[in-house]
Structures are given as C-alpha cells and as structure tokens.
Design a protein around this ligand. Sequence first.
Ligand code: CP
Ligand code: NVA
Length: 307
Amino acid sequence: MTRHFLDIADLSAEDLRAILDDAHARKAARKGWPKGRVDADAPATDRVLAMIFEKNSTRTRFSFDAAIRQLGGDALISTATDMQLGRGETIEDTAHVLSRMVDAIMIRAKRHADVERLAAISTIPVINGLTDKSHPCQIIADLQTIEEHRGNVKGKTLAWIGDGNNVCTSFIHAAARFGFRLNIAAPEAYLPCAADLDFITQSGADVHITADPTEAVRDADVVMTDTWVSMGDEDAEERLKALCPYQVNADLMALAKPDAIFLHCLPAHRGEEVSAEVIDGPQSVIFDEAENRIHAQKAVLAWCFKG
Ligand code: CP
Ligand code: NVA
C-alpha cells in the first residue's frame, strides 16, 4: 500500500505516535552535527522527492529540502506555474508522469481536492504541504515542540485563538489521535468548518469551542494562533475587524498556566494575531517550532518510504 500523508485524521494513533517518536529520535541522534550530514540509517538513500508549490513557502520548502537530504535522498522543486499543471495539464496525467520519475511528491496546493486527486493516481507517496483544508506536517512539528518543552502531549490543554483555519483543522484531527484537550476561541464567522465539527462529534475528540478567548486559555499549557488572513483568503478587511479581539497578548497569556508556551506556525504578523511582546518574549518557542519542521518532515518522509 502506498503511504500518503494527506491528513492527520487519515492515520492511526499508533502510526502518528511512531512518526512523532521518530522525529524526537532523529533530532536527538544528530545533535551537534553539521546540517548537511546524512542520518546514520539514511532511509531515503537513492530516493528523490518532488516538491510542487502553488503558494508561497519558506519553512515547508526549506525543511523538506533539508529533510530529504538528511535522510540520504535528493529533492526537485517547482512552482505549479512553471509546470504544465499551470497551463491546464490534468492532475491525473501529472500524477502518472511524476510516479515514473520520482519516489514521492510533496505538494502545497490551493485546493485540498486536487491533492486527493493526485494521491488517488500516484503510485508513490503524496504528502500534503498545506492546502485550504489542512496543514498536517506543521502539526507533527508543533507536537514535537510541545513535548520537548512540556512532556507527552496526552492530557495537556492546548488553546487555539483566532481563525478556525487549516492549521486549526489539523490540530482538531490531532486532538482525537493524541488525546489532548483543545480549546478553540474564534468569532462566529471564522469558526472551524462543518466538516471539523462533524469530525469532533464522530471521533469524540476533546475539543471545546467558544467565542471567548479568556475562557479558551484558562489553564492552558500551550497557547497558539496563526495569521488572520491565510493565503487565498479574499476578505482581509472583514477578517481583521472580526478577529481584532482575538489577539494573543500579555494580558491573555497571563490567564494561561504560568509556564504556558506560545506557538505560531509562522509567518506572523506582530500587532495583529499576536503582540510583539508575546511572540518575542520568554514564553515563545516559535523558532524551536520552525526548526522542528525539519525533524518532523524527516519522520513523515521515513514513514511514507516504509510503505
Ligand atoms: N509554517 C509554514 O508552513 O511556513 P511556510 O508557509 O513558510 O512554509
Ligand atoms: N494559515 C496559513 C498558514 C501558513 C503556513 C495559510 O494558509 O496561509
């Protein structure tokens, strides 16, 4: 069976735990090593990863490139507009062609359905590097960061403040699989989507949704937010207005546990979703989180190649 990594919700709790444990182990094993050195087990030897970007990226692009090299493999990168995909070649034909040329595909796409179409045809693993629906790779890095600072995430309370967006969706999936409590505070217009609400009901995930950010952060071990205007959002003005009361600032952080950590997947907008004093302050672990994209993406790739 080809192992795709399209959504946290598609994987079992056991597989996800194994991926996260592998991310921890890979990071520990190369402590102090130069970044270009290949891991001892080199699980991607002779493998090539193709990366396709329909949207901008810094962390996903560089972390996957570094990741595949540290696993002993190589990367090919293209924007979708440089490909015939950008001129209307079908996703299905693209999937057939790339399956003959490379060993895995990581794609950042505008439409999640396009990634599903790619995976449906590809005979090689397809990895979701962010879509309008979800951002599963980010969440592995985030959970790694949380566990480094606070121990096993099971039973912890995570607070998501602001837009119920693609990153939030992957946290909802992760709450069900990893057994943590997720409090979400969002305004009516930017709540998690209907599919997320169905997932919460069906999975029995410990997810609590409120309009009140102070309620969401109470006793939280982790406080998280993301941009109020995601790539592809066209209602920036309405969003900034509706989300204004949801800024993570020192007053809000003071209501969480005293040792709570702050996470943001980045890129951030200081003065909008988070104040500079919080994101640049002592509770912020955003650059551990960014670094962990490499270790987490290596664990995802290694899991895919084991299929
Ligand atoms: N967090 C994240 O995915 O960053 P990039 O958009 O820079 O890849
Ligand atoms: N929610 C953001 C995440 C960027 C990494 C976006 O989709 O633009």
